[in-house]
Design a protein around this ligand. Structure first.
Ligand code: AMP
Length: 290
């Protein structure tokens, strides 16, 4: 496995691998911010199964963090990440510095913006976040030139926005959404779970439990969201969580759903703070036709 820090070395390594393996071999790409866990591993295994060459990027992207967010404290564990990638059969780990990605100024004057989809849910509470995500994905897609890029459904809005960008700007690759990997108690794996104290971790399952309750109650058509939302939110008041949002939206357009209609694909997403940590989770389903 190659551990590479510059775009030039990445280009050279990919040219060599493509020549060795034949140009029919596709490149599968898993972009990450590192501190890898089983959720990332599931994406990497899928990429390994579906492609001749697998590239994982490890880059904590300053463009997608707000000024009061956790960019400097975000966990950085590159040697453990590289060791895990090696056991998963990754060909290249690309771990560039901020300067390598954004030059001495450490930023990009050009940003990629996806309209509408980026303005709701996490985009509302993290202004500029998805522009940062789309900008870094654009750069990484150009550098790696994958045929497929793998994203987790845990970040429900992120994979939809990146898929829309790929469609709108005609990137020659497919976005492959992958199921969320969870702990036994239902908590979605996240690098940010490392921030939780023992008591905070004990309370974390409530997010998934609330989402499952929404799903149970809103499985049928013609159910009003307002009432269910108010009931479900009461559960959060018994915990130390502070709500950012709990929203029910159309799974494709991310526009708010007030009443379910038969056959509609809906997404319920939650974001909440506990202590200094912001956690997100979501569930999606198709409303019963009956
Ligand atoms: P991150 O390192 O948090 O930026 O995540 C990199 C990729 O891994 C993103 O596509 C995430 O959606 C995905 N990911 C993170 N956690 C999970 C999880 N628990 N299950 C599945 N995918 C995940």
């Amino acid at each position: 496995m190659h551990l590479i820090h510059t775009a030039a070395a990445l280009r050279a390594a990919l040219a060599r691998l493509t020549e060795e393996q034949g140009s029919h071999n596709s490149i599968g790409f898993v972009p990450t911010m590192g501190a890898l866990h089983e959720g990332h591993a599931a994406l990497i295994r899928r990429a390994r199964a579906e492609n001749g060459i697998v590239v994982v990027s490890v880059f904590v992207n300053p463009l997608q963090f707000g000024p009061s967010e956790d960019f400097s404290s975000y966990p950085r564990t590159l040697s453990a990440d590289a060791a895990l990638c090696e056991t998963l059969g990754v060909d290249v780990v690309f771990a560039p510095s901020v300067q390598e990605m954004y030059g001495e100024e450490g930023t990009s004057y050009t940003r990629v913006h996806v309209d509408t989809l980026g303005d709701t849910l996490c985009g509302r509470s993290r202004p500029g976040h998805f522009d940062g995500v789309c900008t870094v994905c654009t750069k990484l897609f150009h550098m790696v030139q994958p045929q497929r890029a793998y994203f987790g459904k845990k970040d429900a809005q992120q994979w939809r926005i990146v898929a829309r960008m790929v469609r709108d700007l005609s990137f020659p690759l497919d976005i492959v959404p992958c199921d969320t990997v969870r702990e036994a108690d239902g908590v979605a794996l996240s690098s940010r779970n490392a921030y939780l104290t023992a008591t905070e971790r004990q309370q974390a399952p409530v997010l998934q439990e609330m989402l499952q309750e929404v799903r149970r109650r809103m499985h049928g058509a013609e159910v009003a969201w307002d009432e269910v939302q108010a009931d479900v939110l009461r559960r959060l008041q018994e915990t130390d969580f502070r709500l950012d949002y709990l929203s029910l939206v159309d799974s494709d357009t991310l526009s708010p759903v007030r009443t379910t209609s038969a056959g509609q694909h809906v997404l319920c997403a939650i974001a909440a703070f506990i202590g200094k940590t912001r956690l997100i989770d979501n569930v999606d389903w198709v409303v019963d036709r009956a």
